[in-house]
Design a protein around this ligand. Structure first.
Ligand code: ADP
Ligand code: TRP
Length: 326
């Protein structure tokens, strides 16, 4: 029996932050380590064309994202690791999926609604974004998709698209399921009611590459204010992060202090800052080293793309036959 196929991607729109890490990347590393799956992880540069980056910025961000994922321990010998646009077929399959996907279903997508509001404009690309995502997954016949909470709706749509395709052309694609971590939604430092996201601005996130002083300064500004004795979302978020990155005893002591009302938020922030900085100390060193060797990065990505291309080409040949195009 062949191993189940797992597919996930990330946009190269900025440096990795602890939300990306706890919501998605950490899961990828665990799945990779288990050795039980065929894992495809890619950098979704075609998706990022729906944003505002210049060509130069996009190239630079792809390079940084590649270095960061490798520094975080994505192992190209165990995982098929590549850049989406380097494999021919994703956009072709998206077109075919466009022809079985009702517009009304895309209009319901919350990320589309939020982003078109944020960008103050709507393009066909932004509208079609989840269809390309479905193609990314299904071109490898992905069965499981490890992502953060915000991407669950897109994975559900992927399942629907597989069904619409299969109904029209015969059983071919599997029905992909999302896989969440136990921390599927890390909240912003400055607006803890919102998801931590690059698009909110630098002060809202802790990037994996940040040094201890930078992390300390960001945490100093993190919102912890309590209203009316109810546990504040900012505090819940910081305690949750300490649980992930810190020592269990220290975490438990802060939780007890919080219950008793004797907690000092300054101390909590200091403990968390130290734990996060320590957790990514090796990452920072590896990242710098990889960024100094763009040739090595290119080689790794080209090898990954060639591996992915074999599978994509094979599956696309069958799809073409099923739908009747050359
Ligand atoms: P961002 O919102 O910062 O632009 P992306 O959309 O590139 O992040 O997300 C990449 C991956 O990280 C996705 O799987 C997404 O679900 C996950 N992710 C992003 N932000 C968070 C968060 N705050 N908490 C948990 N997972 C997240
Ligand atoms: N839309 C995802 C995000 O913003 C990135 C992505 C693109 C993706 N294609 C994918 C995730 C396929 C999982 C599977 O995070």
């Amino acid at each position: 029996m062949s191993k189940p196929v797992i597919v996930s991607g990330i946009q190269p729109t900025g440096n990795l932050h602890i939300g990306n890490y706890l919501g998605a990347v950490k899961n990828w590393l665990e799945l990779q380590k288990s050795g039980k799956y065929q894992l495809y992880i890619f950098i979704a540069d075609l998706h990022s064309l729906t944003g505002k980056l210049t060509a130069e910025q996009l190239r630079e961000q792809v390079r940084i994202t590649a270095a960061e994922l490798l520094a975080a321990d994505i192992d190209p010998d165990k995982t098929t690791f590549f850049v989406q646009s380097q494999v021919i077929g994703h956009a072709d399959l998206a077109w075919i999926f466009n022809c079985v996907t009702p517009m009304g279903e895309l209009e319901r997508m919350t990320q589309y609604k939020d982003k078109s509001e944020q960008l103050n404009k709507t393009t066909a690309g932004l509208f079609d974004y989840p269809v390309l995502q479905a193609a990314d997954i299904l071109i490898y016949k992905g069965e499981q998709v490890p992502v953060g909470q915000d991407q669950v709706q897109h994975v559900e749509l992927t399942r629907d698209i597989a069904r619409w395709f299969n109904n029209r052309y015969g059983e071919f694609f599997p029905e992909a399921k999302h896989l969440l971590t136990h921390v599927p939604k890390v909240m912003s430092l400055l607006e803890p009611e919102k998801k931590m996201s690059k698009s909110l601005g630098a002060g809202h996130v802790i990037e994996l590459r940040e040094n201890p002083e930078e992390i300390e300064n960001k945490l100093k500004k993190a919102v912890t204010a309590t209203t009316g004795g109810v546990q504040a979302p900012g505090v819940i978020n910081l305690l949750g992060l300490l649980k992930e990155f810190g020592d269990k005893k220290i975490h438990d002591a802060f939780v007890s202090a919080e219950k008793e009302g004797s907690i000092r938020y300054g101390d909590l922030k200091k403990a968390l800052g130290e734990a996060v900085a320590q957790h990514f100390a090796e990452f920072r060193i590896k990242r710098e080293k990889l960024l100094k060797d763009p040739k090595k990065l290119d080689k790794i990505l080209a090898k990954g793309a060639a591996k992915a291309q074999k599978v994509a080409t094979k599956n696309m040949a069958e799809v073409r036959k099923l739908v009747g195009v050359k």
